[in-house]
Design a protein around this ligand. Structure first.
Ligand code: ASP
Length: 322
């Protein structure tokens, strides 16, 4: 009996401490883990929103790029971090969905080991080629990659990344098996594409827009039902003759499981405020992102998205065995 009273007292005291902590939160710097190299879509998106969120929260958000294994190294680290709101991760469709079927021994589960904070942006997928890649349009691209598959190099950000997953889908649609060249993120992969060291890539729109506009790479098509306002001249895969290839990704903020709900709510409110800011919106839209509606930004909506994305990718992707 005495023991039970003691335990109940201790639990109440713990709850009081954690609600006081949540009220004061944040009292120090927050670390935002980015699971890919600097300069890629995840990094760019994380920096845009964190830059605004830290004004609302009153403490700096420090970006830490933790690379490797298609974003799963960083996600493992974030899942195991103290659930106190001081370590967050900007994950995406790869780290928090496609990684599940690809890695049978994944050290975390996107639904069970994280508290969803909120969706930052939707990111359409593009088929991109080096500037002097011979095909002129998507029809020629299809014929060319089918005829030359043994000689081609496809850049991606590691097994489990969005670029890997979306080009796996494209390869399946075209029934080809080109050689994959992994990078620590599509920032460095984009540099290799611009430099002509790789032939093509499938990736999130974000860091491709400035390159396409500058003519340093080719864009064959966007894999969404509609064209994107930031790239009005890039046809959809449907318009360009490959309607079977449809792909969209997303980036979102997650906290380790057990992060107190009031802290998650504070972070979510700061994220939503950032997404309503004119400057933030302008930068995200210029880079081709799709800004979620208020209803799509809630932790519950992100939790549901993760569940549905895992269900969507599980029958499509085969575990990586080597
Ligand atoms: N877009 C990359 C991917 O393929 C990652 C990155 O943001 O660099 O998952």
């Amino acid at each position: 009996m005495k023991r039970r009273v003691f335990l109940a007292g201790a639990l109440t005291a713990l709850a009081a401490i954690s609600s006081a902590q949540a009220q004061d939160y944040p009292t120090r710097n927050i670390t935002m883990i980015v699971p890919f190299a600097a300069g890629g879509p995840t990094d760019v998106i994380a920096r845009i929103v964190s830059g605004h969120m830290e004004q609302t929260l009153g403490k700096p958000i420090i970006i830490e790029n933790v690379v490797g294994a298609g974003g799963t190294t960083a996600s493992t680290r974030a899942a195991k971090a103290a659930p106190d709101g001081y370590t967050l991760i900007t994950g995406h469709m790869g780290t928090h969905a496609a990684s599940v079927p690809l890695y049978p021994n994944l050290a975390y589960h996107p639904s069970k080991d994280f508290e969803p904070v909120g969706l930052i942006a939707g990111t359409p997928i593009l088929i991109l080629g080096r500037k002097d890649f011979p095909p002129k349009d998507l029809k020629e691209f299809v014929a060319y990659v089918k005829a030359n598959t043994d000689k081609l190099n496809v850049a991606h950000a590691g097994v489990g990344s969005v670029s890997y997953t979306s080009c796996q889908l494209l390869n399946a649609v075209l029934d080809i098996k080109p050689t994959g060249v992994p990078f620590n993120g599509t920032g460095p992969a984009m540099n290799a594409l611009v430099g002509g060291q790789v032939d093509y890539m499938c990736d999130q729109i974000v860091n491709a827009v400035p390159q396409i506009q500058g003519g340093t790479i080719k864009a064959y098509a966007i894999a969404t039902p509609e064209r994107n306002p930031s790239l009005p001249n890039v046809p959809t895969t449907k318009e360009a003759g490959l309607p079977a290839f449809q792909a969209q990704a997303w980036n979102a903020i997650f906290a380790p499981k057990g992060t107190p709900a009031p802290i998650v709510a504070k972070l979510n409110a700061a994220l939503s405020k950032a997404l309503d800011d004119e400057g933030v919106r302008k930068r995200l839209l210029e880079l081709g992102s799709v800004i979620p509606s208020p209803a799509e930004r809630t932790p519950a909506a992100l939790g549901a998205l993760v569940t549905s994305e895992i269900a969507k990718w599980t029958p499509v992707l085969k575990p990586v065995t080597n």
